[in-house]
Write a protein that binds this ligand. Structure first.
Ligand code: MN
Length: 138
């Protein structure tokens, strides 16, 4: 099996059309059929976050470092930290990103549909939504 060398794969800057702030992505794997596995490490600078979006077959996030935020539409913003796993159901509007004053990185794992459909992107997360008080950690 091939070994993909880190030195051969540059860090990408995420497109401003779908993200607020500076967000980096290091692809880990983009599986070839029959695999549909996709994984990348996404690193958000303080204040950086995704736009609202959905995943057709869901997404799993594993928090690697720093302090982050996730919000499912209609719910309170939740703080997430290293070691936390977030299970995002299919076709559920949400966003994720860094805390306002901390770096944050997560491993993002998802699969495309049989038709190759991936993430559906929507509008930016407003500053008001972004800085809303986070839910108590239970
Ligand atoms: Mn997501």
């Amino acid at each position: 099996m091939p070994v993909l060398r880190s030195s051969d794969r540059k860090t990408n800057i995420q497109p401003p059309a779908n993200f607020v702030g500076t967000v980096f992505s290091d692809e880990i794997v983009a599986g070839k059929s029959p695999s549909r596995m996709r994984a990348s490490v996404v690193s958000f600078t303080p204040g950086g976050r995704t736009n609202w979006h959905t995943h057709p077959v869901g997404q799993t996030l594993y928090c690697l470092s720093g302090a982050g935020r996730i919000q499912f539409e209609g719910e309170q913003v939740q703080e997430i930290r290293a070691g936390d796993t977030v299970i995002i159901p299919p076709n559920t509007r949400h966003w994720h990103g860094a805390a306002p004053d901390k770096l944050f990185s997560h491993l993002a794992m998802s699969e495309q549909t049989d038709k190759g459909e991936g993430t559906a992107w929507f509008e930016q997360v407003s500053d008001k939504d972004y800085v809303a008080e986070t839910a108590p950690i239970t």
